[in-house]
Design a protein around this ligand. Structure first.
Ligand code: SF4
Length: 428
């Protein structure tokens, strides 16, 4: 096997691990290709967050084999981890690599038989591949796994208990990124608020070290659980000149009854107060969230509670998806499952609240001069450059001057049109 094509589904952790897979295979002489018909190895880095994504993974693998019966297929990621017992029956899968094994995929494809590793605790946090990622913002995985047991979620079964990368590893990786010209790093993981629990430390301890020992211009945090944000952390971040005021605070439902049945341990009031506290401590922070609609037992009245609470919240954007039953979770066994069409209907209502919130947030930013990190790739439609503000707004710039890429420029946010923000002036 000489040429591989890789397809990654799902979360930031998976996207990050795609880079490691690539690095591992190219180190062993394989070449990455961008078209599946040029490859003799097809790697699917799968996501198992919904039942739909499992089916999509099987469809993609079957299709790859159907189009080219000689191609070798690898299933890795969360579907490989959670469905391992049942995968051996599929003749369109040649290799299976669990989440630990994916980091050294070359070993797996060098074997002649199937293998799935169960040894979560042996996972190493592999180095970031930065040379050819083609991105302006680098993701750095600092944590994996989760100790919680939200009743809808399969992730703890797929990725095991929380493990943290150690501080020196993280600092070295950030130095590495600085040396390669990266201006921004996004700290990612499955549940980064748990960073340090296994090391007797906290996420705040890590952030203090990053501030002190690195010169990276900006850093951003992945999704956080509201219970893990303390006033001490907010006070520290509020005076940082490196932290990007962008919080993704997972919520899942804005109804206490539904949160209890989801096995999530905060109250909606606490969450809304946290949002207000963040809004008062930072200048126009971006506040994103996630909502699952139609979880088992969510009545029309429960959903109305969620809808009203979201309407009055100070959120900037809300990602939403209809609940998907995951075999092996508590939620799958619960009575009163909600009809699929009703889940979709509720999701559409939340989507329109999100659009309204985003428009309001964008409107508040118009007229400001913001620091924008200009991305490497121009917009596919008009060829103009775009970039991201520290408070996570994508800004379409009035230039196609490629010398500006990967620089931080001052841009006046001038217009919001068709869901996009435009920046009028650009000067370094
Ligand atoms: S916190 Fe809950 S939803 Fe998030 S990974 Fe852990 S179990 Fe899953």
């Amino acid at each position: 096997m000489e040429k591989f094509f890789i397809h990654t589904m799902g979360c930031k952790a998976n996207q990050f691990e795609e880079i490691i897979i690539e690095e591992n295979l190219t180190k062993h002489g394989l070449k990455k290709v961008s078209k599946i018909n040029e490859a003799d190895l097809y790697i699917l880095n799968s996501c198992s967050v919904t039942h739909k994504s499992d089916n999509e993974a099987f469809y993609l693998l079957r299709n790859a084999k159907h189009k080219n019966p000689l191609i070798k297929t690898v299933l890795t990621g969360c579907v490989a981890q959670t469905e391992k017992d049942s995968l051996l029956q599929y003749d369109f899968i040649d290799y299976i690599a669990g989440n630990d094994e994916k980091l050294n995929l070359y070993d797996v494809i060098s074997r002649t038989s199937y293998a799935v590793s169960d040894i979560m605790s042996k996972e190493k946090f592999s180095k970031v591949s930065i040379m050819d990622s083609g991105k302006t913002r680098a993701s750095l995985k600092i944590q994996d796994g989760c100790d919680n047991r939200c009743s809808y979620c399969i992730i703890p079964f797929a990725r095991g208990k929380s493990r943290s990368a150690d501080i020196d590893f993280i600092i070295n990786e950030i130095h590495n990124l600085e040396e390669h010209g990266f201006k921004e790093v996004v700290l990612t993981g499955i549940h980064i608020g748990l960073w340090g629990k296994d090391l007797g430390l906290s996420l705040l301890d890590l952030l203090k070290v990053i501030e002190k020992r690195t010169k990276i211009k900006r850093y951003r945090l992945g999704s956080l659980n509201p219970l893990e944000i303390t006033d001490e952390m907010l006070d520290f971040l509020a005076v940082s000149d490196k932290f990007c005021p962008h919080f993704h605070l997972s919520l899942q439902s804005a109804c206490d009854k539904t949160l209890r049945s989801m096995n999530r341990f905060y109250k909606v009031d606490e969450y809304l107060r946290l949002i207000d506290r963040i809004n008062s401590k930072f200048n126009l922070p971006f506040l994103g969230s996630d909502i699952i609609t139609g979880f088992a037992g969510e009545t029309e009245e429960d959903f109305e509670v969620t809808r009203k609470n979201l309407e009055k919240s100070g959120l900037s954007q809300i990602h939403t998806f209809p609940y998907s039953i995951r075999k092996g979770t508590v939620g799958a066994e619960m009575p009163n499952q909600v009809d699929d069409r009703e889940k979709e209907r509720r999701a559409n209502i939340i989507k329109s609240i999100s659009q309204k919130k985003y428009k309001e947030f964008a409107g508040k930013n118009l007229g400001r001069v913001c620091e924008v990190l200009v991305e490497k790739h121009p917009d596919k439609f008009d060829g103009m450059l775009k970039g991201v503000t520290s408070n996570f707004l994508t800004v379409h710039l009035d230039t196609d001057d490629l010398t500006k890429t990967n620089t931080i420029c001052s841009v006046e946010l001038s217009q919001f049109k068709d869901g996009k923000i435009y920046g009028k002036k650009l000067f370094s």
